[in-house]
Design a protein around this ligand. Structure first.
Ligand code: ATP
Ligand code: ZN
Length: 986
């Protein structure tokens, strides 16, 4: 399940109210922030052109305002500074109040926007410059510091930045404007406003994308809310700290001094838990140890390449890792644990002012001039750090041409340039990119890791929680930590404690208890309750698709035995209750129904109805199984009429065939035992118990079809003789008409001991009735038992022939006169055998042998003359079969009616012997150079002529024709069969 889905289901009104409450509670800085909200609310942004922007301060800057208003007017000086995620085009905004103009300067020059009549008396001319210190902007909890910052700022404004300031500005606020998605502002509303406008602000920006004068990568906002990483003591102890950094440019230096001296805490309220807890070092990256170790190792060993590719599912830490990597690359610390967060470079980076780490907007960069400009800037050595790092998030959005330019530049660029490409979708990248990059895969994060991270967050945030709820969130987040954090964030807005019920409500799923309750109902016959409950659930909360998936997951957990430990009590109870084979069968059947219903639901508009129908189907299976169970358990004790029960069931279910499944073997055994006990003859009793088995029982319309299995042909003929008796005893047990089917099932252990005397094979084994037509078995038409006691064989007028290897396959002699009939060829296990593959059939059809069919693909073939071929076609010789058959036809002058081809030499003997229908002891085998000949030497017996021979060729290279010729000389022998290696059939 995609965790993202969960994040939208929260009731919006509820969230907003809670959000307001929590914001104000969580961070006092938001209270001071709220002072600005009035102002922000009154800012009127107009973006009529893509480069122009007009700010209107509606209330506080009105013309002729009172002295009191002057203070507020001072607020109106806004700073627009570069934000994260992209290159900030160099722009300056001159708010020319004296001329009632708001000017936006770009590299190309100022563009003015009429700002109306506001504020003309108070600030003659000022400008908005890229913010130099994002930290200051977020430091709104302390008005004093804001003032001092403001004063500080007026000093260090670089003249070349066209910053003009004539009036004293008492307060200012920073307004972050970026081209990317994130906008940095202390006031959420303003920030949002800016966010929504920012795209249009720079949509037509043609300026260079990289500027050495730009204020930095703007990544700071990503680290907003990060715990303070610079303490006074750190400053003292660490020589790399900013206090000692003299070489930084003047304004930076001052800024740093300001920061170091005053230790302004970084106190912006993070916009989300996920932002707040974005990892800042490799050790904080959860579940990505391999990647973290590898990247850190590369840095420590100095083995840095120019192109890195981070890929993997969303929310697994790719972007975070790329930033940590960038910071670590430039970190000045000599410790292994980089980034240290303390050195000058780290400070610059984490405050968003590093000018050597850039995040590139993968959509905007897709223009030739822009990408060229980027490459050009990349050639300029880094300002202060070792590496220039370009991070391309969502790099699958880069066009081919952009890729080509970037990849082409790799060789020309110096060693200090590093590109980090990030994508969730590797398949969308050009191959050249894949082959030239060092790839790092970010796998889904394990549920346990996600869960522990959530616990940590809850503890740090002071949130009460139920561990199961966090585990549940982890499971639902599908390996995305961000999704899990977002869910937690939303839940934290809903209540004081993170509980399961809250989680269920938020995510829009029902609890296990409710679901298991529904499943129980659905599997019972309580139709009306099932319908009511299902409707209730779907009406109130859950989407039918979601319900199906949850139900299926639950069932799978039960089937996999996953519910024993670490699951909810209800699950455990349910899985303990449903442990029998029968229950598991029912559950897996339920899965089948659900999976089919899911497909159906995708195309249906009436999902609720179809899901309810599906739930009712679960009960129908349960019902039939229950009927069988209860019937079989009680049939003797209560003397109940099987017929009655079954017919009741049928009335309800309309010709519902009750088929005993494997899991009912126990019950079948008991029926069989009871039936045999009714026989008078103890030898027959023991024979049937030892050699026979009731393998299935199908009851329909008052008729029970009982299938018996025997392991040996001898047993079958014996059983056939007693068929009527068996049927009678089963009838008295079951209380309804019984039809018997006897099948031969190969059974190695039993048949070994049984002596072969007269094999008897039949298609569909034996059947004592002519099967009723399909229509006559429809519900409602009562069967006439006498019909089913007919002695007529199933295929009248046709004898059957054993398949040579006694495998239990039943081959009717000349049975293949109609293709569709042959399609119903069954083996002893009751399987239907398929017809031969089309290709082979095709080649045979050419030779007008259309009724040539094979069963059990590539194994058993019989033609319309009743000849039997056993054949294993080698995969690499597709026409082998057809050729063999052709030759066989040529040799029809002989009386060899059986040809057996097989590639497996071990089988050849067996097949030859089978053809001779003799036990190996009775057959003498003579061998010559090229073949083995098995001869029946024991006179005419079992329908075999004396000297019957089955030729068994072993030499694969021997041509069949030659084999046939070599046979010519043996006039006395009587060839009854061939066993040929397939390869000879050329
Ligand atoms: N491995 C991780 N360790 C710690 N936090 C993580 C991890 N993965 C994700 N997060 C959390 O999720 C947030 C988003 O992570 P990040 O942007 O790095 O993921 P991503 O893989 O780049 O996602 P996307 O592909 O959607 O951009 C982070 O702020 C952090 O709170
Ligand atoms: Zn560092």
């Amino acid at each position: 399940m995609d965790g993202r889905r969960h994040s939208v289901d929260i009731p919006i009104s509820k969230t907003l109210v809670a959000l307001r409450r929590v914001r104000s509670l969580r961070d006092p800085s938001t209270i001071s922030t709220s002072k600005f909200s009035a102002l922000v609310d009154n800012v009127n942004w107009e973006t009529n052109s893509s480069t122009g922007i007009s700010l209107r301060f509606l209330d506080s800057c009105e013309e002729g305002g009172s002295g009191k208003n002057q203070g507020s007017r001072a607020k109106n000086v806004g700073y627009l500074y570069g934000e994260r995620d992209d290159f900030i085009d160099d722009f300056e905004l001159n708010y020319d109040l004296g001329k009632s103009k708001l000017s936006v300067y770009e590299n190309s020059g100022p563009k003015t926007v009429d700002s109306g009549r506001y504020c003309s008396n108070h600030v003659e001319k000022t400008s908005v410059i890229p913010s130099i210190n994002p930290l200051e902007d977020v430091d709104l909890s302390n008005e004093l510091s804001i003032r001092s910052l403001q004063e500080e700022r007026t000093d260090y404004i670089a003249p070349e930045r066209k910053f003009v300031r004539k009036n004293q500005v008492k307060k200012s606020f920073g307004v972050g404007v970026g081209e990317g998605t994130s906008v940095h502002s202390p006031c959420p509303s303003l920030r949002d406003a800016l966010s929504s406008r920012s795209a249009s602000l720079f949509a037509n920006e043609e300026v260079d994308l990289v500027d050495n004068d730009d204020p930095g990568c703007g990544i700071s906002c990503c680290w907003s809310g990060t715990p303070r990483f610079r303490e006074a003591s750190d400053v003292e102890n660490n020589p790399l700290l900013c206090r000692n950094v003299d070489e930084i440019a003047v304004y930076e230096n001052r800024y740093l001094k300001y920061n170091c001296n005053e230790i302004v805490p970084h106190s912006e309220t993070p916009r989300s838990l996920s932002q707040k807890f974005r990892p800042k070092s490799f050790s904080e990256l959860v579940g990505q140890n391999v990647v973290a170790r590898s990247l850190l190792g590369a840095i420590c060993k100095g083995r840095i390449t120019s192109l890195y590719l981070f890929h993997g599912p969303r929310g697994t830490g790719k972007t975070s890792a790329s930033r940590i990597f960038a910071a670590a690359l430039n970190c000045l610390s000599l410790e292994e644990n980089r980034p240290c967060g303390l050195c000058r470079e780290c400070v610059m980076f984490f405050s968003g002012r590093s000018r050597d780490v850039k995040e590139v907007d993968s959509v905007r960069i897709n223009r030739r001039d822009r990408v060229r400009s980027l490459i050009k800037k990349a050639t300029i050595p880094p300002v202060s750090s070792r590496f220039k790092v370009f991070i391309f998030d969502e790099c699958h959005l880069l066009h081919g041409e952009t890729w080509a330019t970037v990849l082409h530049s790799l060789d020309n660029l110096s060693q200090h340039v590093i590109f980090v490409m990030i994508t969730p979708d590797l398949d969308k990248l050009p191959r050249s990119a894949l082959s030239r990059s060092q790839r790092y895969h970010f796998p889904k994060i394990k549920d346990s890791d996600v869960s522990s991270r959530l616990v940590k967050i809850c503890l740090e945030e002071g949130l009460d929680f139920d561990q199961v709820a966090l585990d549940f969130i982890a499971a639902k987040s599908n390996g995305s930590l961000r999704d899990a954090e977002m869910m937690l964030d939303q839940l934290s807005l809903l209540g004081k404690r993170i509980t399961m019920s809250l989680a269920y409500e938020l995510i829009g799923i029902v609890s296990d208890d409710e679901l298991l309750d529904l499943l129980d109902l659905a599997m019972s016959s309580d139709t009306s309750k099932t319908v009511i409950r299902a409707r209730e659930l779907m009406r109130s909360r859950i989407d039918p698709m979601q319900l199906i998936s949850q139900l299926a997951n639950l069932i799978m957990d039960v089937l996999a035995g996953k519910c024993q430990e670490g699951c909810s009590e209800v699950r455990r109870r349910f899985s303990n209750r449903r442990t029998s084979e029968v229950d598991l069968q029912k559950l897996s059947h339920a899965l089948k129904i659900l999976s089919e219903t899911e497909k159906q639901l995708r195309m249906s508009k009436n999902q609720t109805t179809w899901l309810t129908v599906a739930l009712l189907q679960l009960s129908s299976m349960e019902c039939s199984a229950e009927v069988i169970d209860s019937k079989l358990d009680n049939v003797h004790e209560r003397g109940e009429s099987w017929k009655h029960v079954v017919s009741c069931s049928c009335e309800e279910k309309k010709r519902h065939t009750l088929r005993m499944r494997e899991d009912h073997e126990r019950t079948l055994e008991s029926i069989w035992k009871r039936a045999t006990e009714l026989f008078q003859s103890s030898s027959l009793k023991s024979f049937l118990i030892e050699q026979g088995k009731l393998s299935s029982l199908v009851v329909s319309q008052g008729l029970a079809v009982a299938e018996l299995e025997f392991c040996h042909p001898n047993c079958i003929s014996k059983a056939e003789k007693s068929q009527k008796l068996i049927a009678n005893s089963l009838q008295s047990i079951l209380g309804c008409n019984v039809e018997i089917k006897i099948n031969l099932v190969p059974c190695a252990t039993k048949s070994r001991h049984a002596k072969v005397k007269k094999p008897s094979f039949r298609l569909f084994s034996c059947s004592r009735r002519v099967r009723k037509s399909q229509s006559s078995t429809e519900c409602g038409s009562d069967s006439d038992y006498s019909e089913y006691t007919s002695e007529r064989p199933m295929i009248s007028g046709r004898s059957t022939r054993p398949f040579p290897d006694n495998s239990g396959l039943q081959i009717p002699h000349k049975c293949c006169d109609r293709m569709d009939r042959v399609r119903t060829l069954g083996n002893g296990e009751g399987n239907l055998l398929s017809t031969r593959t089309a290709s082979c059939r095709g080649s045979l059809e050419d030779r007008q042998t259309t009724e040539f069919v094979a069963a059990s693909s590539n194994e058993l073939v019989c033609n319309h003359e009743g000849d039997v071929l056993y054949f294993q076609e080698p995969e690499n010789q597709p026409n082998c079969f057809a050729r063999t058959f052709r030759l066989h036809r040529k040799s029809r002058s002989s009386d060899a009616s059986q040809m057996v081809c097989c590639t497996e030499p071990r089988l050849q003997n067996k097949l030859a012997l089978s053809i001779l229908r003799k036990a190996s002891s009775e057959t003498s085998a003579t061998t010559n150079d090229t073949n083995n000949t098995y001869t029946n030497s024991s006179g005419e017996e079992n329908g075999l002529k004396e000297n019957s021979e089955a030729l068994c060729w072993r030499t694969r290279t021997l041509h069949l024709r030659k084999a046939w010729q070599s046979r010519r000389g043996r006039e006395n022998s009587h060839l009854v069969g061939w066993v040929l290696p397939c390869a000879t059939a050329k």
